[in-house]
Design a binder for this molecule. Sequence first.
Ligand code: BG6
Ligand code: MG
Length: 214
Amino acid sequence: MNKRWQAVIFDLDGVLTDTAEYHFRAWKKIADAEGIYFDSLINERLKGIDRINSLEIILENARRQYSSAEKEQLLHTKNEHYLNLISKMTPSDLLPGALETLTALKELGFKLGLASVSKNAGTVITRLQITDYFDYIADAAQIKRGKPDPEIFLTVATHLEIEPAKCIGVEDSIAGIKAIKAAGMLAVGVGKPEILNEADLVIADLREFMKVVE
Ligand code: BG6
Ligand code: MG
């Protein structure tokens, strides 16, 4: 295989399935219970960001300081809300074009990777029944520097044995697009061009993805 692009590395939440909305709802419940202002614009800054750093961003609007123990409790409760939301997921929760894209790329011989910083990614892809599509799945617990650092994308590329310049990264978050660019890969944004303005190109959803590799 000597094609311009040889691997596609996907983010999960908000790209293959709408769990970005579930993360938002779980955080909103926490923020409302604490009386902290939180809206969808602030939520854009949370996308692609791990649990503790997401909480720190939300707490920027808090009227008081939170102790480490209180933060731990909030993180635990947020994850319980989130686990509850994902517990009923099925393959029908794949976003439009996701399954078709994974299938078509596999048939064309692309290596496929998953680069999610979520510790729940394994549970989500099991429920979606897409685990077997991936040649390598990043272990969020082993990643030291979260997005926008390129570590997670570079780690996946290394395991796929494909040089970064031949990889395409697919992301719905600003932090994730920055990470892909810093890794030296082609950055495809899924969402709104005005939000993902650092991406090389932006598509509305994965139904438009195959034109990228044609
Ligand atoms: C990312 C999401 O994929 O995973 C973030 O975009 C989330 O919103 C992060 O905070 C960590 O997820 P989890 O499941 O480990 O809390
Ligand atoms: Mg995402």
